[in-house]
Write a protein that binds this ligand. Structure first.
Ligand code: IVH
Length: 670
């Protein structure tokens, strides 16, 4: 391809990917499949790496963020970021309406908007491109968080054209960055699993994420953004409602739930509707914002020192319920992590009957100072299971005993461990603690792992009948054994055993994920599989080498290393190998196909972790555009040497002054 063709292809891909993001994250109407999206993104990434002169910070490739730690610089807002006057009462709302009427007369109209419970942001666009994103800060100056904001997929990096209403060369748009419930729950589960403190609510999680120094982490947090305020020298129309409609046409996510209201009674209807309906939204709102629609009237109404006179926020009372605490269950997860859950006398809250509340960990129980027989207040904060916010001390029974966190595993009795710096306790008896054994088998069979057609109840049965004590045992099951089990017949037993056999063709990265190594999620398993190529290479690596892999930090690396050096684990791996499961990656890191080594002539010599690894390295040489040589000559660029490299080759290389490098040094070049 000529440079011109490359530039053209890069542009096409950027447009297609940005459009796909828009369709998916703003309109919620997916257009491309995940697979197609990934393929295009990979192609674009490769073209950009090979042609760095076409770098663009607003390219869709930049949405994955970067690992480089950043400091936030403080930036002054062009227009100060004010807050809103707020009220919880209908009376005060009516007073607000009377004041408005007095100043602008009868002929006004309100826009009623959801009050998103997140963290506010001000975005600046120049020539249709995002140039900066600044937090509210103290209202006068905030933190420049542009790099993090670029990773939020619903925020356009380049705007759509609207011929009738073109965007001006420069303008600001403000809105709220929030964390939807689904992202929040996933994040807190992950944090609890690795012993970190969960976030108290989605608002804190959104604000905390936005201030994360590593934008690659922000990219994975699943943040969203709704825009509600346009600022520019000359707005397209006098109506805020219409202006937001136009902003929507430029690609911004503007809520569809805004309604116009002719008078305060209509406002009140809107408030009452959302006070109930808010529980069906996929994110938190904490009230309704009522704004005068006409920009001219807004100017007439003006501002107080801190807030506009043309708007007010009506805040919902956080719905709360009180109920006696009956007991605390301590659940044991597959990695041994203990999760305390409170059992409550059933009570109605936000449209559902609640019987349980999360407690997350020992620190939270301690902070609440829970006592036996306490009556507790619960609130819903984005999670399906509500949380306990405080105790009703007036109802505490006399001489009530304070609740202490358990010291032993509730199932196997082992003494619990809490690592320094971690919030969670875990049961170390991973080999013999039944919920951990069953949990590991359940994890092994899940769709994203080995995809064996088997539910939790079947695992329970197989375990209780002594047929399966670890996941390797699954591969020894026979139809005769299975058909004797409760709820099984010949046909279903055959299907089950077939599905176990079929799982032998699952690729290595999923097998690695299925092994259930603490902290190794799908992404980490993929990175390890593609970087090391085989389980033997991972086994032979030290903690430092493992931690150099993408997505793998110190903690995960240590956990992988420990797992790979446990004789019982290795025995299970050996058995799985015998049964025919895949322990080498089939594709040698597709992501590293490039022209990076083009023009070079390279020799691979000596023995590596496995004979396959040597062929893989040779494949990598070719896949990245170099010529693979078998004997040393003046054209040889360098030699990648394993253990015991060919003596004559090394001798000749030394004579010719040719560099000899290790496998790792070679991989680092890529
Ligand atoms: S308008 C001049 N509209 O609420 C004020 N704010 O308590 C312009 N918020 O700082 C703000 N949803 O972070 C506006 N639909 C909405 C909102 C909204 C949430 C937040 C915003 C603001 C705070 C004020």
């Amino acid at each position: 391809m000529t440079k011109e063709q490359i530039a053209k292809q890069i542009n096409i891909l950027r447009q297609q990917l940005e459009q796909a993001n828009y369709k998916y994250y703003v309109l919620a109407q997916p257009e491309l499949s995940d697979y197609e999206f990934d393929q295009k993104l990979k192609e674009l990434q490769q073209l950009e790496t090979e042609n760095p002169e076409f770098f663009d910070q607003n390219s869709p490739t930049q949405r994955v963020g970067s690992d480089v730690n950043q400091e936030f610089t403080q930036v002054f807002h062009k227009y100060p970021m004010l807050s809103l006057g707020n009220t919880y009462s209908k009376g005060e709302l009516e007073d607000f309406d009377l004041r408005v009427k007095k100043i602008v007369g009868d002929n006004y109209c309100y826009d009623c908007e959801l009050k998103f419970d997140g963290t506010s942001i001000s975005l600046t666009y120049r020539n249709g491109m995002l140039v900066s994103a600044v937090t509210r800060g103290d209202g006068v100056k905030g933190d420049d968080v542009t790099t993090n904001v670029r990773t939020i997929k619903s925020i356009p990096l380049k705007l759509n054209q609207n011929i009738n209403n073109p965007w001006p060369n420069e303008f600001e748009i403000r809105g709220e960055i929030l964390m939807p419930h689904s992202s929040f729950e996933r994040l807190n589960v992950e944090r609890t699993e690795i012993g970190e403190m969960p976030f108290a609510n989605p608002r804190n999680a959104a604000a905390g994420s936005l201030k994360t120094q590593n934008s690659a982490i922000v990219a994975k947090r699943g943040l969203d953004c709704y825009l509600y305020y346009l600022l520019m020298d000359k707005l397209p129309t006098d109506s805020h409602f219409q202006n937001m409609d136009i902003a929507r046409s430029w690609g911004f996510k503007v809520s569809q739930h805004t309604r116009k209201a002719e008078n305060i009674e209509e406002v009140w209807d809107f408030i009452n509707y959302w006070d109930k309906e808010r529980y069906n939204l996929p994110y938190d709102i904490d009230g309704i914002v009522i704004k005068i629609d006409s920009m001219q009237m807004r100017q007439t109404l003006g501002y107080t020192a801190k807030t506009p006179r043309w708007a007010i926020a009506y805040k919902f009372k956080a719905e709360e319920a009180a109920s006696p605490l009956l007991s605390i269950d301590y659940q044991v997860g597959r990695t041994g992590v203990i999760t305390p859950v409170a059992n409550l006398a059933p009570v109605a809250l936000a449209g559902t009957m609640v019987k349980r509340a999360t407690l997350h960990n020992a620190d939270i129980i301690k902070a609440l100072d829970l006592h036996e027989g306490d009556t507790v207040f619960i609130e819903k904060g984005g999670e399906i299971i509500p949380k306990i916010t405080r105790v009703n001390l007036a109802l505490r029974p006399k001489d009530a005993k304070s609740i202490h966190y358990i010291e032993n595993c509730p199932v196997c009795g082992a003494k619990l461990v809490r690592n320094q710096g971690e919030a969670g306790h875990y049961c170390p008896n991973y080999r013999n603690c039944p919920p951990q054994i069953k949990g590991k088998i359940i994890h092994f069979v899940t769709r994203k792992a080995m995809n064996i057609n088997c539910g939790e109840a079947t695992v329970e049965l197989l375990y209780n009948q002594n047929l399966v004590k670890n996941y390797a045992d699954l591969y020894m099951l026979t139809v005769e054994q299975v058909e004797k089990l409760e709820r099984f017949a010949k046909k279903s037993a055959e299907n089950f055993v077939k599905s176990i056999n079929d799982s032998k063709s699952v690729p290595f990265e999923r097998v690695l994920y299925a092994l259930g190594i603490r902290y190794v999620g799908e992404q980490a398993a993929k990175s390890l599989a593609f970087t090391f190529g085989s389980i033997d290479n991972i086994k032979n690596a030290d903690v430092q080498q493992i931690s150099q892999t993408d997505d793998i930090g110190e903690v995960i690396a240590k956990s992988v290393y420990d797992w790979m050096h446990d004789p019982e684990n290795l025995q299970i791996v050996d058995r799985l190998k015998e049964y025919g499961l895949k322990f080498t990656a089939e594709v040698v890191d597709n992501r590293s196909k490039s022209d990076k080594l083009s023009g070079l002539s390279i020799i691979v010599t000596g023995s590596f972790a496995t004979p396959q690894r040597r062929s893989e390295l040779e494949e990598i040489v070719k896949a990245n555009g170099a010529k693979l040589q078998s004997s040393v000559n003046a054209k040889t660029s360098f030699i990648v040497a394993g253990e015991k490299p060919g003596g004559s080759k090394i001798e000749k290389a030394n004579k010719l002054g040719i560099k000899i490098i290790t496998e790792q040094e070679f991989l680092d070049m890529l």
